[in-house]
Design a protein around this ligand. Structure first.
Ligand code: GDP
Length: 431
């Protein structure tokens, strides 16, 4: 059993009543009667820690529990209790909204859903609200002892809309409790590893991040780019001492719908901002793609989101010859996978003074699958970008040759320079 020392600390009825501490908080949310109190007791291994109530909706404030030295749980009021008065329900909704939108300490939210019911809009809205701020969402399927084995697959399917597979838990049988403890403690470890994750400077929203990445004049020379001028560049700039989870969630959100968020920037500004995000020599964003402390689902989602960027932004706006760079976005379209994937490895020193590159096979696999879709986009720019990435993957991870071969087979009349490039990619010889 994993150690999980939880102790009740305080209750609050508004944001300004919440504890002033530096602990990362994991919120527990769910409808009344979902089994939240029972789960909290099971996590802590203490029977009366949260009052298990047969009267739904009894807890109407935020309840804080310390866990170890650096983590805390916040038990949110159960929502959706039909017998609650309108005014009371509105008060609770406001308090939860305030907490989820503004609480700087909030690092993750476990959304509890009865496994027999699956998430409905309340839970999906909550997950969307959390994702908006880059807060990790941990779906939990409660009361799983009530499912027969044969009903598991259907129950899992009901959670598809949450994008992340739930942890099946039962306070009654104890199933999944250790997994959930582990997942919650991992939030703590991840945040603790980053300097100052809960200071005010880390409370930036998606909009602030967007402005910070893109809202700069375009530099004439590479050495004049704004990020080299940041006073605390050694720290990678103000934003980069943030925990990786919000930053990667912001990247995925942006790449999935780039037109929605980038319409006020010129293509040259977008090119510069994207270069900043994906170049591991400029920022840490893509470096975190191979950071095992960051939720794998989020890292994979980030890779997949590059398809959105390719379809919406690169396909309509890049030239048919991205290697030559005649249009502002050509550079980043061509280089993105090189910068992101070729460098997606840790260097580990060998005793003889050389070093080995250690890759993350899950990320490589997600990259190949994403590239297999991008290469089918009817845009020579996207195809060249994909060939470049695949060429590096052939060389670095022995993956992707079959996709390049299929591309060659499917395009017998390919422009000759692209055919030559694809043939070089097949051998892993791209630059
Ligand atoms: P809350 O309103 O979300 O805090 O829910 P409670 O923890 O008070 O649980 C509501 C009801 O569900 C109670 O009758 C519990 O005994 C029952 N319950 C809670 N967890 C489980 C579980 O894992 N399995 C089963 N079978 N019943 C549970």
């Amino acid at each position: 059993m994993i150690r999980f020392n939880a102790e009740f600390v305080a209750s609050a009825f508004a944001l300004d009543g919440c504890p002033r501490w530096k602990r990362a908080e994991v919120a527990l949310a769910g409808r009344s009667n979902v089994g939240k109190s029972s789960l909290l007791n099971a996590l802590a291994g203490v029977k009366g820690l949260a009052r298990t109530s047969k009267t739904p909706g009894r807890t109407r404030c935020l309840n804080f529990f310390s866990v170890g030295d650096t983590l805390a749980l916040c038990d949110l009021p159960g929502f959706g209790y039909a017998k609650m008065g309108h005014e009371e329900a509105a008060k609770i909704a406001f308090m939860m909204h305030e907490y989820i939108h503004e609480r700087v300490n909030l690092a993750a939210i476990a959304i509890l859903v009865d496994c027999r019911r699956g998430p409905q809009h309340d839970e999906l809205d909550l997950a969307a609200m959390a994702a908006e701020r880059g807060i990790e969402v941990i779906p939990v399927a409660t009361k799983c002892d009530k499912l027969r084995r044969s009903e598991r697959a259907a129950a899992l399917k009901r959670f598809d809309s949450m994008r992340v597979a739930p942890i099946f838990c039962s306070a009654t049988s104890g199933e999944g409790i250790d997994d959930l403890r582990r997942r919650i403690l991992a939030v703590d470890r991840m945040d603790a590893a980053e300097p100052g994750p809960h200071s005010e400077s880390n409370s930036a929203t998606f909009d602030e991040w967007l402005k910070w990445v893109f809202d700069h004049p375009v530099a004439e020379n590479t050495s004049d780019e704004w990020w080299w001028q940041e006073p605390d560049y050694d720290e990678g700039g103000r934003w980069l001492d943030r925990p990786p989870m919000p930053a990667l969630a912001f990247v995925a959100k942006l790449f999935e719908n780039p037109l929605q968020y980038l319409s006020c920037y010129s293509d040259a500004q977008i090119n510069q901002g994207l270069d900043f995000i994906v170049s591991t020599s400029c920022s840490k964003h893509f470096h975190w793609l191979i950071d095992g402390r960051v939720d794998l689902n989020l890292r994979k989602r980030c890779i997949r989101s590059i398809e959105g960027l390719s379809r919406e932004l690169f396909a309509p706006r890049c030239s048919d010859d991205v290697c030559k760079g005649t249009k502002p976005l050509d550079y980043i379209c061509f280089m993105l996978w090189d910068l992101a994937i070729h460098h997606a490895c840790h260097r580990e020193d060998n005793p003889d003074g050389t070093y080995s590159e250690v890759r993350d096979p899950e990320i490589d696999k997600e990259s190949v699958n994403t590239l297999a879709r991008i290469i089918t986009i009817p845009s020579l720019a996207c195809q060249q970008s994909a060939l470049h990435g695949l060429g590096h993957l052939v060389d670095d991870a022995c993956l992707g040759a079959n996709i390049i071969q299929k591309y060659l087979d499917d395009h017998p009349n390919l422009r000759s320079d692209i055919r030559t490039y694809a043939q070089r990619a097949l051998l892993g010889k791209v630059q």
